[in-house]
Design a protein around this ligand. Structure first.
Ligand SMILES: [Ca+2]
Ligand SMILES: [Ca+2]
Length: 469
């Protein structure tokens, strides 16, 4: 009897171990190439046994010895957006390898199909030549199909710079090999479009290098369970009022649209222009921010009197490039646009996305309905807002300013999501960084109608398992 129980217990344990192993083995696994294990520079593709650079447009930040500027006739310049002609590829890739970029000297372009891909929409010579949409063959087609199924597209995947900056276009990437013409390009979007150019001139495209094998070392990217700690601020330990985010050493309110539940003495109603009031949906104009936040602190909201807005970065390299591409006159002075990854808002957005694939699935439930929040800082105009998650145009972390640098006053009403310096409130203590955390993930038995944080986490994990099937 006892023996049978032991056997079933060990079976149970084995099942648990196998399933947690399955969870850890996503097809794409983050890799550290720069010595900082909390950041990923590349992703190992366990199906193809190659490693993809995290940056899908490496020409945007590096020229590897080539000239930056407008591309001349059949020239080998790298343009401001990172694109280049076929003629630039040999020097670009060899320059990358000679500089041992991120410690590696065998970067190459991903492959196209050698021969036929029956999934391609266009088939010539009885399928010996294939191109068009729907291609799933070779490295590019295989990964594209996976990104569509796993993340809903490359823009929501862990890879960065997948759009041509500032525009809602995922440009073509050069492929390295072979096939009928040897001059292949692939569009990592939607159905995955494979094109090749014949004897004539090929239009410019972007470079997304890969490396054979599993390079780099395993990362320790921050996760919800070890980096986002629930905090009680009202004395009722069964409710969570805020989350302490360990990497930033700040505490984020659980309610990411505080105007929805508090007005701190401000009028509530429909907007008058420039009025200091809070709308029914919780949003407010910039003119209301000071009175609202002062009201929160003077009323000692949740026992604290130093609430503030999260900040943007004065010089975010991601969105700075974006702004300059849209308007070269703004070089070095304007910071706005998509792909802003720095400072409190940008970093936290990346953290939420990398753990959930959408901020809607995070514990901050108001982000699902209102994602644009006011930021407290600085920058050229001092009036920044930040769109958490993915915009409907597939932009990650869109930073807005108003009035815009072009002078057009465009301050949309946005939500207030307050943060507080340090670890306030009570709850589990931060991991000391020794070893891995072994937080038990079990659904909380509260059953009070609202899905708890652990419930969300479990739901996400289950969804990941389902996605893999
Ligand atoms: Ca790193
Ligand atoms: Ca509480």
């Amino acid at each position: 009897m006892i023996k049978r129980k032991l056997i079933s217990l060990s079976l149970l344990l084995t099942t648990a171990l196998v399933s947690s192993y399955t969870l850890a083995q996503e097809r794409l696994q983050p890799r550290d190439l720069d010595g900082n294990p909390t950041t990923a520079e590349a992703w190992y593709d366990s199906e193809l046994n190659i490693t993809w650079l995290q940056d899908t447009n490496i020409g945007l930040s590096n020229t590897f010895g080539l000239q930056r500027g407008s591309i001349s006739d059949f020239g080998s310049e790298v343009d401001a957006g990172g694109a280049m002609l076929l003629e630039a590829l040999p020097a670009f890739i060899s320059g990358m390898n000679q500089s041992t970029f991120l410690g590696q000297s065998n970067w190459r372009l991903p492959t196209a199909m050698i021969g036929s891909d029956p999934d391609c929409s266009t088939q010539l010579d009885n399928g010996a030549i294939a191109y068009g949409s729907g291609c799933t063959g070779a490295e590019a087609g295989s990964l594209n199909l996976y990104l569509e199924n796993r993340y809903g597209g490359i823009a929501a995947s862990p890879f960065v710079n997948s759009r041509t900056s500032g525009l809602n276009i995922v440009g073509d990437r050069w492929l390295g090999s072979n096939g009928p013409s040897g001059r292949h390009k692939f569009s990592f979007s939607g159905q995955g479009n494979l094109t090749f150019c014949g004897a004539g001139r090929c239009d410019k495209a972007y470079v997304w290098p890969v490396h054979d094998g599993d390079i780099g070392s395993v990362t320790q990217l921050p996760t919800f369970s070890d980096s986002l700690l629930p905090r009680d601020l009202d004395g009722d330990s069964t409710t969570t009022e805020a989350y302490y985010y360990v990497p930033q050493n700040i505490t984020w309110l659980a309610e990411s649209n505080l105007g929805l539940v508090e007005s701190f003495g401000l009028q509530r109603g429909l907007f008058d222009d420039n009025a200091t009031q809070v709308n029914e949906n919780g949003l407010m104009f910039a003119e209301s921010l000071q009175a609202f936040i002062e009201g929160a602190n003077q009323s000692n909201y949740l026992g604290m009197s130093n609430w503030r807005l999260p900040i943007a970065a004065a010089d975010d390299p991601g969105c700075l490039r974006d702004a300059e591409l849209l308007n070269p006159d703004l070089e070095g002075q304007a910071v706005f646009g998509a792909d802003c990854l720095a400072a409190e808002a940008g970093e936290f957005n990346q953290f939420l996305l990398s753990n959930t694939t959408t901020t809607q699935a995070s514990p901050f439930t108001s982000l699902a309905t209102q994602s644009r929040v006011w930021l407290g800082s600085n920058g050229p105009t001092g009036r920044h807002s930040f769109f958490f998650g993915l915009t409907d145009r597939g932009e990650v972390g869109n930073l807005g300013v108003c009035p815009s640098p072009s002078g057009i006053r465009h301050c949309q009403p946005s939500a207030v999501w307050l943060v507080h310096d340090g670890d306030i409130g009570t709850g589990p203590q931060p991991d000391n960084g020794e070893g891995t955390t072994t937080t038990e993930v079990t659904p909380t038995g509260g059953g009070g109608g609202s899905v708890g944080f652990m419930g969300l986490l479990v739901g996400l994990l289950l969804r990941r398992v389902r996605t893999r099937r």
